[in-house]
Ligand binder design. Structure first.
Ligand code: 5AD
Ligand code: SF4
Length: 466
């Protein structure tokens, strides 16, 4: 009999990918994904520990789910009346024992490296009272044990190629929650990519906490870097677009930079976090590069591909950050010019070196710096989007728009683009002439021959004003 599986996912794309793979592992046991937790036979919270309050959110969600679990036990409709409640992901890894102690009604607590053993954990949890806790870093790679993907990921898919991190930036929990750097072998990645493309995927985003540190076994005992892997992926017929995220500036090697010049399928958009523009703070963060190293890297990338747009992550209010340090960050943003970027207030994470620093920055200072930085980045994003008005670009339409007759897609530079378009164009790459730019999206008109819209302007002015 089919059982209902509800997974709630927080955090990064890697967690989104993991949630899909957990569903794949559970499919042979009869679990089918559903959209709500009410009445589910299993609920998994796939959690994120990157910034504050993550654990609080998990505990408050667990409080709500406990009520549903009790209701299901009483109603005993379908299944065996038991809702298996699980906490997965990075909070489980970091705070597993506390979860088991504070919320003993949770049946399974397991970290990101163990979900290939879900069938055994489920068997144990169904038999025994008390929680199954599994936060090991097993010697084997879960990727060697995961089943083939059960469901098509759609036209734009994610593929995990690398996991974990050996960089130990002093603010970051990832080396502790995800463990050491691990690269999947090239043949495994290429086989997964071919299956995705056979299932209709046209765009693949390669995922890793430190994706450009990927170094995998290639054919005949060779060792490949990410640039070589991207070239091999580009040979797959039907794969039109390749992206990768997230990268560390220190791991942009010559071959990868060359791939940006020579592989047309590699999209001209790179998320390359710098975190700060101050050399002092970069050193305290253990980033092992300076602001000028980063500027030079950006220059090299743009020299090989002038179309390349950049995105970044920034942390404001890192311990000891002065006004001058923050000004250096603003300067770097101005110098580089971003298509978009994420910025965060520094959040002390238990177990990381920076959390122990005495010179923590007051909350109001962090808040003011965040506002200033976001204003600058926002203005750059608006300018970037406006620079496309009047230009024509290929758009991969992957969704229906909000209005009937409208499709929504992605530009090569990750912008959302909408246009009036026939539904036949869904899942296709189509030339679109951009007619309007907003801070978070573009609107345009199909220009490709028979599909060119005659239904008037694609821009919805009522929506633009809203
Ligand atoms: N506080 C604030 N932001 C953080 N990030 C990682 N750790 C912290 C922290 N302790 C941000 C970094 C990273 C992104 C994924 O999250 O900018 O690149
Ligand atoms: Fe969150 Fe980082 Fe874990 Fe992703 S890897 S879930 S961002 S803590």
């Amino acid at each position: 009999m089919s059982k209902k599986l509800f997974i709630k996912t927080w955090g990064c794309q890697m967690n989104v990918y993991d949630s899909a793979r957990m569903a794949d592992v559970l499919a042979p046991l009869g679990y089918r994904p559903v959209d709500e937790p009410e009445g589910a036979d299993m609920v998994i919270l796939n959690t994120c520990h990157i910034r504050e309050k993550a654990a609080d959110k998990v505990f408050s969600e667990l409080g709500r789910l406990r009520i549903l679990k009790d209701e299901k036990a009483v109603a005993n409709t379908g299944g065996d009346g038991k809702m298996i409640l699980a906490v997965a992901g990075c909070v489980a890894q970091a705070e597993g024992e506390e979860i088991v102690a504070r919320a003993p009604y949770v049946d399974m607590v397991f970290g990101p490296q163990t979900y290939h053993t879900l069938p055994e954990m489920v068997a144990k949890a169904s038999r025994a009272a008390g929680s199954v806790l599994n936060t090991d870093f097993p010697a084997e790679s879960k990727f060697d044990f995961l089943p083939e993907e059960a469901t098509s990921q759609g036209v734009a898919a994610f593929l995990a190629v690398q996991e974990g991190c050996d960089k130990f930036c002093t603010f970051c929990v990832v080396p502790y929650t995800r463990g050491a750097e691990f690269s999947r072998p090239a043949d495994q990645i290429l086989a997964e990519a071919r299956r995705l493309v056979a299932g209709g995927t046209r765009e693949i985003s390669l995922l890793g906490q430190n994706v450009n540190a990927w170094h995998g076994d290639g054919p005949n005992g060779s060792s490949w870097g990410l640039g070589r892997l991207i070239r091999a992926l580009a040979e797959i017929d039907g794969l039109a677009r390749i992206r990768y995220t997230t990268s560390h500036p220190r791991d942009m090697d010559d071959e990868l930079i060359r791939a940006h010049a020579e592989v047309p399928q590699l999209m001209p958009y790179l998320h390359l976090p710098v975190q700060s523009g101050s050399d002092r703070i970069l050193a305290a963060m253990n980033r092992k590069h300076s602001g000028d190293d980063y500027r030079r890297l950006v220059d090299r990338l743009r020299a090989v591909n002038p179309d390349l747009a950049l995105s970044s992550d920034f942390i404001v209010g890192f311990p000891g950050e002065s006004d001058a340090d923050f000004a250096a960050t603003l300067k770097l943003v101005t110098d580089v010019g971003y298509a978009q970027a994420y910025s965060f207030k520094y959040s002390p994470r238990p177990g990381t070196p920076a959390a122990l620093e005495s010179k923590q920055v007051p909350e109001d200072v962090k808040e003011a710096r965040l506002q200033a930085l976001q204003q600058l980045i926002g203005a750059q994003q608006v300018a970037f989007n406006h620079s496309f008005v009047g230009r024509t670009m290929p758009v991969l339409f992957d969704r229906k728009g909000r209005r009937p007759g409208q499709l929504l897609g992605r530009s090569p530079w990750m912008q959302s683009v909408h246009a009036d378009a026939n539904e036949r164009l869904l899942n296709q790459i189509v030339e679109v002439r951009i007619e309007d730019a907003r801070p978070n999206s573009l609107a345009g008109r199909i220009v490709t021959g028979e599909f060119a819209s005659t239904a008037g302007r694609a821009v919805d002015h009522a929506e633009a004003r809203a």
